[in-house]
Design a protein around this ligand. Structure first.
Ligand code: ZN
Ligand code: ZN
Length: 102
């Protein structure tokens, strides 16, 4: 037999009821862990995941510009338009240059 249980939400710290019906459902599903979050937080996380999923489907594409690395001469793509007043590096060289200037 199941009885309603009061649990504390990990997300918002509010108490919520893990009802007997839900416990039964969890057991049917073979879920051993009690829910860590209240229904509100669960719904919010689900919505956040759903919108994250949509963003993945339609990524905001950054325009890439081909340029020549000032360090090794390799062709590379940079997410900005090189204006020629600053050296542009490919990403391995950029990391190296940045590490050296530290
Ligand atoms: Zn919560
Ligand atoms: Zn390079």
């Amino acid at each position: 037999m199941f009885v309603d249980k009061t649990l504390v939400c990990r997300g918002c710290g509010q108490e919520f009821i893990f009802t007997a019906g839900e416990q039964q459902f969890y057991q049917l599903k073979g879920l051993l862990n009690e829910p860590g979050r209240c229904p509100t937080c669960r719904a919010a996380r689900k919505a956040a995941r759903a919108s994250a999923g949509l963003d993945e489907l339609e990524p905001r594409r950054r325009e890439m510009h081909p340029t020549i690395c000032a360090e090794c001469g390799a062709q590379t793509l940079v997410p900005f338009l090189p204006r020629g007043d600053k050296p542009v590096y490919c990403s391995p060289c950029f990391d190296r240059v940045r590490a050296m200037s530290r």
